[in-house]
Design a protein around this ligand. Structure first.
Ligand code: BES
Ligand code: MN
Ligand code: MN
Length: 459
């Protein structure tokens, strides 16, 4: 059976790639208001692609934020239903000067397509659509029932999809969700992700004097908003990387010994990670935990940006009145995001120096999660993946977050298969993001094979 869809992909290689390039060329940057029209245009592109693939009931659904796109095909009575999810929005491309070729003109070098969104998540989301197209072309029907729900606010932690899922349980009812928005553990290794971290994203504002001051006249006596902010941030994590927010580690669930043991079997090279992925001479973080534990199963606190004061060319001697920082905590299973946010606010207040007032705004939060690798649908996915790549499938976690996966569990009561085809050095959110073109075809073929095998039931 799978040979036929594989052959379809081979036969249509060029067209399948050209269409993906058209999709990637739309700069659907969800966080930037000036791209709102592009985001809307991108939603329509997705809807048209779903229609062309053979899906029915295609809808572009307006929300308070960016549109959702839905489609389904429900003519496989007695067969399970798969809810495919992806996101068509992308991160901003900046800093632009670091891109070798323009971010929204997909360019091929060494078998990779370089562009913003190439792998996160346009290339991967599009694999689902093309797998369905292949199945229709080869069999004239799908082996299972399919519902597709695609959002445009993933990269901003937008709430529209969570609201939609909570309010449309019957419409979205499915046996399992399928998401391709993660990576292979390493090239050539079939990989299913069974854990994601959550995220609490905050903005901290510090205020010092009521207006900017001459640093000669008042330096030595007046509080400085930037210094106050930096001082308080530095108290939130110690030099070893241990977060100093009281209670933060209380509810952290440690992975089971069997899972930790399976991680120890994975090939891991710190020097390769440093050179190929991080571009640094040393890795940092909590003592007593391996790199995989630190990035997959421990909470973290990061500062993403600091703004304030004078940053133009030349010198201006000023004591700034205001400073802001974007800060987030990654969360792991069993940590309650609300509780973490409350603890964070309390720690910020406690660490705020004399003469400074602070406020914390929460932009979004979502919990960490694990999925059960023994779920029947996950077993079928692991078998299909292994068959396709000729090696056993490994189970990993990811340090990143895909907030809707928690909602699928909570509101629809279904697990999610995290079947991603990125590579560790794809540079998500970085300049020169890429997607290995071979993995695009591999993803289409593997998703098609999974749907075929899931349609055959447990063997
Ligand atoms: N595809 C990523 C999530 C991801 C990253 C999975 C790395 C596996 C490895 C997703 O698009 C993403 O970037 N999510 C954001 C979520 C946030 C904005 C709510 C993240 O993790 O920062
Ligand atoms: Mn993504
Ligand atoms: Mn992303």
């Amino acid at each position: 059976m799978s040979q036929a869809t594989n052959a379809f992909v081979e036969q249509h290689r060029d067209r399948l790639f050209e269409e993906l390039k058209d999709f990637i060329r739309i700069p659907s940057v969800s966080t930037l208001p000036e791209h709102q029209g592009d985001v809307a245009r991108c939603a329509q592109f997705v809807a048209d692609a779903l229609t062309k693939a053979g899906l029915e009931n295609v809808e572009v659904i307006p929300t308070a934020g960016h549109p959702l796109v839905y489609a389904d095909w429900l003519h496989a009575p007695g067969q399970p239903t798969v809810l495919c999810y992806g996101h068509y929005d992308v991160q901003p491309p900046d800093p632009l000067e670091l891109w070798v070729t323009p971010p929204f003109e997909p360019t091929v070098r060494d078998g990779n397509a370089y562009a913003r969104g190439a792998v996160d998540d346009k290339g991967q989301m599009y694999m689902h659509i093309k797998a369905i197209e292949a199945l229709f072309a080869v069999h004239g029907k799908l082996p299972v029932n399919v519902k597709m729900l695609i959002e445009g606010e993933e990269e901003i932690g937008g709430k529209s999809i969570a609201k939609y899922v909570a309010e449309n349980g019957a419409k979205l009812k499915a046996d399992v969700a399928l998401v391709s928005d993660t990576a292979l553990y390493a090239e050539g290794m079939p990989t299913l992700c069974v854990g994601l971290r959550g995220l609490a994203y905050m903005e901290v504002e510090a205020k010092g004097p009521a207006w900017d001051l001459h640093s000669g006249s008042y330096g030595g006596a007046a509080p400085n908003a930037i210094f106050g902010l930096v001082e308080l941030l530095s108290k939130l994590k110690n030099a070893d990387g241990v977060i100093q927010v009281p209670g933060l580690y209380d509810d952290v669930a440690a992975p089971a010994e069997a899972e930790l043991a399976s991680w120890r079997q994975l090939p891991f090279s710190e020097s390769e990670m440093l050179a190929k992925e991080v571009g640094s001479t040393v890795l940092t973080g909590e003592p007593g935990y391996t790199v995989l534990e630190r990035t997959w199963a421990r909470p973290t606190l990061e500062v993403h940006g600091i703004a304030g004061g004078f940053t133009g060319a030349g010198a201006k001697t000023v004591i700034p009145a205001v400073a802001k920082a974007k800060v987030s905590l990654r969360l792991v299973p069993n940590q309650d995001p609300e509780k973490v946010v409350a603890a964070f606010k309390k720690a910020v207040a406690a660490a705020t120096p004399k003469g400074i007032t602070t406020s914390v705004t929460v932009l979004s939060h979502s919990p960490g999660l694990v999925v059960n690798p023994d779920h029947p649908a996950i077993r079928v996915a692991a078998a299909a993946f292994a068959e396709m790549m000729g090696r056993p499938t490994v189970f990993v976690r990811s340090g990143g977050s895909i907030p809707i996966v928690g909602d699928f569990h909570q509101h629809l009561g279904i697990p999610t298969i995290l079947m991603g085809f990125g590579l560790p050095d794809d540079g998500l959110h970085s300049p020169n993001e890429k997607f290995c073109i071979a993995n695009y075809y591999l993803g289409i073929q593997t998703v098609a094979l999974f749907l075929e095998q899931y349609g055959k039931g447990p063997s």
